[in-house]
Design a protein around this ligand. Structure first.
Ligand SMILES: Cc1cc2nc3c(=O)[nH]c(=O)nc-3n(C[C@H](O)[C@H](O)[C@H](O)COP(=O)(O)OP(=O)(O)OC[C@H]3O[C@@H](n4cnc5c(N)ncnc54)[C@H](O)[C@@H]3O)c2cc1C
Length: 564
């Protein structure tokens, strides 16, 4: 019997039994799989502690960090030393290519789709199996190292932004569709599978996966769950949360948890919904069961042009009020129309102040009657022109313009900043008008291209980061737009998450006691705050500093917190 080893590394006691030292505890397990669920968990006896190269201090629970904004400042030498030790231990069970720690290997991971924030991670790990993920999380827990999960890195709020003292856990190698069952209309996929790859695999069976973020050629399904992503088709078919049936998640201490099931309802708390939009803070998603839908028999799109943005906004509310649920209802304003037309040559009317793209799908009869109704509503709302795509090529061209609007805007400005907020549909016109006023106040142009049917705005603020002060002005302008969303009864995110970008606006959206509940949920899953700390939920101190703690009846919450 071998009784020495590193924490987290399994030790064979006899052919049928393994023990694994965790922090302060021993797991007794069956060896197949070697990192399978513990059958018994015991405190580590004093005599064994040293044999696991475990300093006795680590056998006592560590104090919890002060909150997710907390990042222990470690000096460069200490970080190098930590890196060296972790790399050594990782290489006992991972191949060298799966552990990146040289500066030039780390550089590609220093940001996600929000490159205004950049940090070099301590190291990057690229596991290939669930057992490896479990092992990595146990090691991280033992060393008290934060872990940031990363899918494809297309997130727009800095959710996958690394930590200088943390590991970046890339799920890129989890890229297999494990099972596709056309009869049950479900697919079991690994988290690194690209969103579009699921629909491509399902297509020969006449099926598809409905949520379709504009980034679907690149973004991963794991990232979609962690952000509860939306897309053009979500108005009719729901967000990611409505199209996922079950998850397999590895917790911060390396345990596997199954959440949800193929049944329409599961007993207990709805943890499946909780995991959606949890931004890598509650666990690492390692398997996903998605629902597949039959491809619609036919689809058609109408384009309405308006001579002012408020009329376009009114048409959106009127279409929904008429009882039609379009498969997609997207709006663009003039700067976005001009940029998209110049880039994609999609036939958009460049004289319009706004255009609305309304797609309907179903049987040919349903589509024909809904299109008539949509055209009538658009004209009543003041459309100067309504065009129905003449054929599939034109339908494709209309959507190509919309889907390429972001890169198109990138051609007309050195930098742009995409804001994501949601408002009640009835306020669309008013909010677009007030955004134009803010644009004048901040002397920064804005192009709007968004999921109008969901009230989900995506103002793109155009700026030049090389001009001193312009980035700061842009960020402030973005913050004002989000606060405007809250003012009219909306929310500060629709689909891109909070990440690091919207921490301050979370203080505007939620009162302190609600933020405290979020912290309690985080602590229940991750008591030591090691999973993606500093993201999504601001500390109360941060809100106090931002000056946005909700004050009720003159009672200042948390008076002990220092105000700035
Ligand atoms: C051009 C462009 C267009 C976009 N359009 C849309 C759109 O229409 N709709 C939309 O919703 N979004 C859109 N996005 C944003 C982005 O693509 C989505 O948020 C997407 O879901 C992120 O997926 P990802 O794999 O890139 O995740 P990442 O950016 O790698 O990570 C995002 C978050 O998820 C966490 N995470 C990732 N994988 C896991 C995992 N396996 N377990 C636990 N946590 C995990 C990370 O820690 C991070 O917090 C767009 C982005 C771009 C660049």
């Amino acid at each position: 019997m071998r009784t020495e080893g590193a924490v987290g590394a399994p030790i064979q006691i006899c052919p049928d039994l393994l023990i694994v030292a965790l922090e302060g505890e021993l797991d007794i397990r069956f060896p197949n799989p070697p990192t399978g669920t513990a059958i018994r968990r015991l405190p580590i006896p004093e005599w064994l502690r040293t044999r696991f190269r475990m300093p006795s201090s680590l056998a006592r629970p560590k104090p919890a960090p002060t909150g997710p904004d907390h990042h222990p400042a470690r000096n460069a030498a200490a970080l190098r030393d930590t890196r060296r030790r972790i790399v050594e231990e990782l290489l006992t069970f991972l191949p060298p290519a799966a552990v990146l720690h040289e500066a030039e290997e780390l550089a590609p991971f220093e940001c996600d789709g929000l490159p205004v924030y950049r940090r070099t991670p301590l190291l990057v790990v690229l596991p290939e199996t669930v057992a490896e993920v479990q092992h990595i999380l146990r090691l991280a827990a033992y060393h008290g190292i934060p872990v940031v999960a990363r899918g494809a890195g297309t997130g727009l709020s800095g959710g996958a932004l690394p930590l200088e003292d943390g590991m970046l856990l890339s799920l890129a190698k989890f890229n297999r569709i494990l099972e596709l069952d056309p009869e049950r209309r479900v697919a079991l996929v690994q988290p690194g599978v690209r969103n579009l790859a699921i629909s491509e695999a399902a297509n020969p069976h006449g099926l598809y996966y409905a949520p379709d973020p504009s980034s679907q050629i690149a973004c991963s399904i794991g990232g979609n769950v962690a952000e509860n992503s939306g897309g053009l088709h979500c108005l009719k078919y729901g967000l990611t949360v409505h199209n996922v049936l079950a998850l397999k998640v590895v917790t911060q201490d390396g345990e596997q948890v199954e959440i949800g099931s193929a049944a329409p309802d599961s007993p207990g708390y709805d943890l499946l919904a909780l995991m959606h939009g949890s931004e890598g803070m509650l666990g690492v998603i390692v398997e996903i069961t998605v629902r597949l839908l039959p491809l619609p028999a036919t689809a058609q799109v109408a384009l309405g042009a308006f001579d002012d943005v408020e009329k376009g906004g009114r048409a959106v509310a009127d279409i929904i009020a008429s009882g039609i649920i379009p498969a997609g209802l997207e709006m663009m304003d003039r700067p976005a129309i001009e940029a998209a037309e110049a880039f994609a040559h999609c036939g958009y009317p460049t004289h319009a102040e706004s255009i609305l793209l309304c797609e309907v799908d179903g049987t040919p009869e349903e589509v024909a009657s809904q299109l008539d109704a949509v055209e009538a509503v658009m004209r009543t709302a003041g459309a100067s022109e309504v065009r129905v795509a003449r054929d599939e090529d034109e339908r494709f061209a209309f959507w190509k313009g919309r889907k390429s609007a972001f890169p198109a805007v990138g051609r007309i400005s050195p930098d742009y900043y995409c804001i994501d907020g949601t408002i009640p549909r009835k306020n669309l016109g008013e909010v677009l008008r007030r955004m134009q006023q803010l644009s004048a106040e901040y002397r920064l142009r804005v192009a709007n291209v968004f999921h109008a049917g969901d009230g989900n705005l995506h103002p793109l603020i155009l700026f030049d980061a090389s001009r001193p002060g312009e980035l700061e002005r842009t960020e402030e302008f973005g913050g004002r737009i989000l606060e405007l969303c809250v003012e009219v009864g909306g929310t500060i995110t629709g689909e891109h998450g909070v990440g690091v970008e919207k921490l301050n606006q979370m203080c505007v959206q939620f009162p302190a006691h609600e933020l405290a509940q979020f912290h309690a949920i985080k602590a229940a899953f991750d008591p030591r705050g090691l999973l993606n700390p500093g993201k999504a939920v601001p500390t109360l101190s941060r809100c106090a500093e931002f000056g946005a703690l909700h004050v009720h009846a003159g009672n200042l919450p948390f008076p002990e917190l220092e105000r700035f």
